[in-house]
Design a protein around this ligand. Sequence first.
Ligand SMILES: Nc1ncnc2c1ncn2[C@@H]1O[C@H](COP(=O)(O)OP(=O)(O)OP(=O)(O)O)[C@@H](O)[C@H]1O
Ligand SMILES: [Mg+2]
Length: 356
Amino acid sequence: MDNSQEINYMRYIIGILAKKLLEKNKKIGDYQINNVCGIGSNGIVLDVTSLKNGNKYALKILNVSYYIIKKFNLNKKIYKEELANNLNDIENNIRNGNYYLASGDKDVYKNIKSDEELNSFLREYNSLKTLKSNKYCVNLVDYGFLNNNDGYIFPYIVMPYFDGVKLTEYINKKTNSTADFIDMLNIIEKIIKIIKYIHSKKIIHRDLHLENFLYNEENEKIILIDFGTAIYNCDFSVDTVGEIRGSRRLMSPEQFKNPSETCYFSDYYFLGSNLFYMLTKKYPYSQNRKIETQPNDIMKFLNYKVFNQRDIYDKIVYLINSLMAYNLLNRLKDLNEIEKIIFEIKSMLIKNKLDR
Ligand SMILES: Nc1ncnc2c1ncn2[C@@H]1O[C@H](COP(=O)(O)OP(=O)(O)OP(=O)(O)O)[C@@H](O)[C@H]1O
Ligand SMILES: [Mg+2]
């Protein structure tokens, strides 16, 4: 797949809408808008200041992709194609349009008619509201609803603002040097700690790809964001039947088959697929994977010569393959055991570096 096909048209359109909204809106609820700090494939994230306490927060407006699909009468199944084919028209329509958001009261969410849109809010809200401020992930500070001028209701959530870059951005700069391998394993260890934390709070995240971690290079802190796919307390009633959200290039086979049949172990799968990506900069699956598709073979992408030592290579391949076993029953399921193997690989890499 070439780069041009990889362009995310929805994100592009949401970016244009975000600019337009900012021209009209200087504040949302009790928050003054400073800037756009992120565009997702479903939401707009704003950097805001609370008018009540002066603190800076991140405010995420949800369901923007659903709005675009409705507003421009796109066919849900092939909206990416339709967006690509009508990009100029839709873009001009937004640029020339008059968009503003007005805060609605908290009860308006009862008026959100579609399950899909309500579920999208509830997944994020149900998970985040159970968390207190912590060092592993965002939590819910506030939430509300916005009515735009064509009557659409957007939920929004407010969370702590984190100063950092997407982990993908940081990882993409990493090379095949031993120091970089060790650094990437350190990051996987931090991700394991985050998984342990959210699982202890009964949250399955289901979208643990590197785009959903923010990394601060100065203090080396990592936090997990984007609970739009998450499930609290195994309540799968907030899944919309037939809808697959999350990164299909990385998710477990059971999640791809049926998101409502996932479990805590499905989150571990992302450890293997992220490690696969970190070491090869290639994804284990393509975007057009099918239910029966097996992941790419790590040995085809990762050359043993980069490690100078065959036993290091073998252990890494073993780790990735056991984390990504197609069948849940055969998968490595003990996080302490996984941490132990990572520690052993790191020790071997350090020793190998010293010996040279
Ligand atoms: N708490 C935060 N602090 C700072 N920036 C944030 C925060 N939360 C989100 N962002 C920024 O906004 C971007 C989009 O956020 P998020 O992933 O939650 O949106 P999304 O629409 O659910 O994304 P997608 O569906 O594409 O994964 C992030 O990549 C990040 O750059
Ligand atoms: Mg995201």
